[in-house]
Ligand binder design. Structure first.
Ligand code: BG6
Length: 441
């Protein structure tokens, strides 16, 4: 969509001084602004309970964002504040060219989300031109997610809600759809007939980075598996999108893939914590996992019998997000492996067997590789896409309520098992590889 076609927009940032907004949203906004992709008529209204200055809030982004940013001080739990906010928004609207859409971005702790949604609804700030841009977690299990979704739906219909899963907006994750839809060679072998197994991993080098309170109530299963990893699985397993494809169909296709998935409880589920974690969170009994490994199975006939390993952990040897597809070894031939590298060094790698030069007939495994950085100067950050798509009104790279519920449904057996006892918790030394931790069970 051309910049000229973008509707006038007010972005209201609740918790503008918070970590998410400072680390991701504002820098992404500055990038989109520099590349002249924001609507011509655009305003940011930062909401904060503290009395802060625009310069303090925007920091290094002031030069780019300062010209259209204003602050509004209010207490988030004061109903009266929302009426004043409404008046403020109509004053800003009148200064704009036409009636603007208003996007409420909630960069607030999970417990603050529903009260804000209610206040917005009760103040009448939920008409068709008002959108909610929400950060995960969307609940902490199936039941709480159902409740959150039902309560939110009382005030905002689904087509006004944008649930961020920033993995969906990563360039290489978007490319999974293109890769499978546009390369007939792979599309035709994309099934259990040719594929032996699939591993999807998100390894992180960072630890919990001081977020003890958040992480203690979250853990790797909720933080990464329920959202990012299950979305990667859905994109890998869904019906490929061929020809002139309407991207609005994407959430529906991901949902069908999720519907067919369940955890294979016969396979080991690895629940591990890095050594020193308990000291870091000051809880000597903590059973919170910083690493999870589990195997999924799909009831979709296309994928029957193909194990799908999901693994993710913090404080490992390196940062790596990758989807590894292992093709079957056929009679008289070797097996091939395809790796979709999500980050870092985004790209695609295929293992091939070649003849080792010389007088003997010996095989060697080599890689055929495509790297984004060799061909393109810059990959936009996921939050840039998130913002632009919310402005454009495109929900294809956001998680629908159905997807959120399905992902909790898939994990329910593990959550139930873990809630009963934690004797299966393993410990690993920081700096281990994902494969080393997977071998703990
Ligand atoms: C977030 C998690 O959703 O994703 C963090 O809450 C995690 O714990 C982060 O570190 C990883 O994102 P990225 O883009 O750095 O891979």
């Amino acid at each position: 969509m051309d910049r000229e076609e973008l509707p006038p927009t007010i972005l209201v940032v609740f918790g503008i001084t918070g970590d998410l907004s400072q680390r991701y949203l504002l820098p992404a906004l500055a990038e989109v602004c520099k590349s002249a992709n924001l609507p011509k008529d655009f305003k940011v209204l930062g909401v904060s309970r503290r009395d802060v200055s625009v310069a303090d809030v925007l920091g290094g982004n002031k030069k780019t964002l300062g010209k259209f940013t204003e602050l509004f001080q209010m207490s988030l739990d004061d109903a009266g504040g929302y009426s004043v906010l409404k008046k403020k928004l109509s004053i800003i609207s009148r200064q704009m060219d036409g009636r603007p859409q208003v996007i409420f971005y909630l960069s607030v702790p999970p417990a603050a989300v529903l009260p804000i949604v209610r206040h917005l609804g009760q103040a009448g700030l939920n008409h068709a031109r008002h959108k909610l841009l929400l950060e995960k977690p969307f609940g902490f299990d199936l039941e709480s997610a159902r409740e959150l979704i039902a309560q939110t739906a009382k005030y905002f219909p689904e087509n006004q809600i944008y649930r961020i899963d920033h993995y969906l907006a990563k360039e290489m994750v978007q490319n999974i759809v293109t890769f499978l839809g546009s390369n007939a060679l792979f599309r035709d072998v994309w099934s259990s007939r040719f594929i032996e197994k699939i591993d999807i991993i998100v390894a992180e080098k960072i630890d919990i980075e001081g977020r003890a309170l958040f992480y203690e109530s979250t853990g790797a299963l909720r933080d990464i598996i329920q959202s990012h990893l299950l979305q990667l699985a859905a994109l890998t397993l869904m019906e490929p999108c061929t020809g002139v494809f309407d991207y609005a169909e994407l959430p529906g296709r991901r949902l069908i893939a999720l519907n067919a998935l369940k955890v294979d409880m016969e396979e080991p589920v690895i629940r591990a914590q890095y050594e020193d974690y308990r000291r870091e969170v000051k809880n000597p009994d903590s059973a919170t996992e910083t690493f999870v490994g589990l195997t999924l199975e799909s009831e979709d006939p296309r994928w029957q019998g193909v194990p799908i390993l999901l693994a993710s952990g913090k404080n490992l040897n390196d940062k790596l997000t990758e989807i590894r597809v292992y093709f079957k070894k056929k009679e008289n031939s070797e097996a091939n492996r395809l790796a979709l590298r999500i980050q870092p060094k985004e790209g695609i790698e295929l293992d091939l067997w070649v003849k080792e030069p010389g007088y003997e007939r010996r095989l060697q495994q080599k890689h055929l590789a495509f790297n984004y950085e060799q061909h393109y100067e810059r990959l936009p950050d996921a939050y840039e896409r998130v913002l632009l798509d919310a402005i454009r009104g495109s929900q294809s790279l956001f998680a629908s309520s159905g997807e959120v519920l399905e992902s909790w449904r898939i994990l329910e057996p593990i959550q139930q098992k873990w809630s009963m006892d934690n004797r299966d918790l393993q410990f690993y030394q920081p700096g281990r590889t994902i494969e080393e931790v997977l071998k703990l069970v």
